[in-house]
Design a protein around this ligand. Sequence first.
Ligand SMILES: Cc1cc2nc3c(=O)[nH]c(=O)nc-3n(C[C@H](O)[C@H](O)[C@H](O)COP(=O)(O)OP(=O)(O)OC[C@H]3O[C@@H](n4cnc5c(N)ncnc54)[C@H](O)[C@@H]3O)c2cc1C
Length: 383
Amino acid sequence: MTKKHQEIRDAVTQLCTHYPGEYWRNKDREEAYPSEFVEALTMAGFLGCLIPEKYGGSGLGLSEASAVMEEIQASGCNGGACHAQMYTMGTVLRHGSEDQKRMLLPGIARGDLRLQAFGVTEPTSGTDTSRIKTTAVKDGNNYRINGQKVWTSRIKYSDFMLLLARTQPREAGAKPHHGMSVFLIDIRNAEKNGLTIKPLRAMVNHATTEVFFDDLKVPASALVGEEGMGFRYILDGLNAERILIAAECVGDSRWFIERATTYAKEREVFDRPIGKNQGVQFPIARSYAETQAASLMVESAADLFDSGDSCGAEANMAKLLAADASWRAADMCLQTHGGFGFAEEYDVERKFRETRLYQVAPISTNLILSYIAEHVLGLPRSF
Ligand SMILES: Cc1cc2nc3c(=O)[nH]c(=O)nc-3n(C[C@H](O)[C@H](O)[C@H](O)COP(=O)(O)OP(=O)(O)OC[C@H]3O[C@@H](n4cnc5c(N)ncnc54)[C@H](O)[C@@H]3O)c2cc1C
């Protein structure tokens, strides 16, 4: 199957050759951030590809951005360290003021500023975002922010974060999702003034943290768009996020299939390559078919997004199918490698852990199924 945007794919693959498995293994072992890799991607213009040309970016579409993320993963690298830079800025681009855009977007495109962090998830609210407890209360020309976020990734490697906070109690709005607002927080000044960041050790090296707000004062100009509309603004960005992460899953899947195929041809047991056994071949072949199907769904969702058509169902289905394909491919690849699948030096166990994340984040499989059931098939609302 011919892939779109071959030139972009070749350039990303070439860049990734400088960051082999050993680089990622060391980062993983030390829980270190892959700064060199992220900087190289930024300098090559890949992370600013969705920023319009008038703000210094390359003004490309989600289809091209998906090709970038897919090739990063297919090369064995981990785009989770920086993928948010691509889609988080979309909220500012669509809903921010001209001043906010001019202050931020050219800097992101040049690589001087980073907007890698967004804080939505809280420990007690779970997927029910309407129950977040972090508040932002207007105080003259400022807002005072109090509360806690969890799983806020990459904040230590970011200059700004997007934060979702309640500006009105849940009960005061006509609907539970009303009364939340988005803020663009300058982290560089915040750590001395009420923002505390605590690393959260996890199964994957994702630079993720807990974040505490203790009366953090931010200027009223940090508000993005209109007060109370934050949930809608965040939702607008979710389709882009889901499509890009689906593309990453397709890339992961391709990596697992390539590794499994190579190993199955080379590894000899009982005087023959293990790949001669159909019990070994078939799971690889099935993974390939599943990945090709998921890839078509990702392309279709990205094309709809780029043409400005509604793509909620397609973005969700792309994420579901691609995350399932990559997780099954991971399991298949580990099984094909036998005991060596568990050895760090093969990178399979690391990629296995990394791709497992996408069954849960940024949205869990059940919640996607519930979206399809309710919004596409018209089944009765469950919760
Ligand atoms: C490594 C990592 C990085 C992350 N980075 C970020 C980040 O940068 N910013 C951020 O805001 N968040 C981030 N997250 C949070 C992530 O988006 C959430 O973990 C995810 O959305 C699931 O929410 P939860 O953990 O609260 O699960 P819960 O909502 O508590 O759900 C737990 C389980 O119950 C299921 N479930 C819940 N309700 C229902 C229902 N009604 N029907 C059926 N099943 C249901 C879910 O599918 C899930 O499997 C990150 C998470 C991880 C692990």
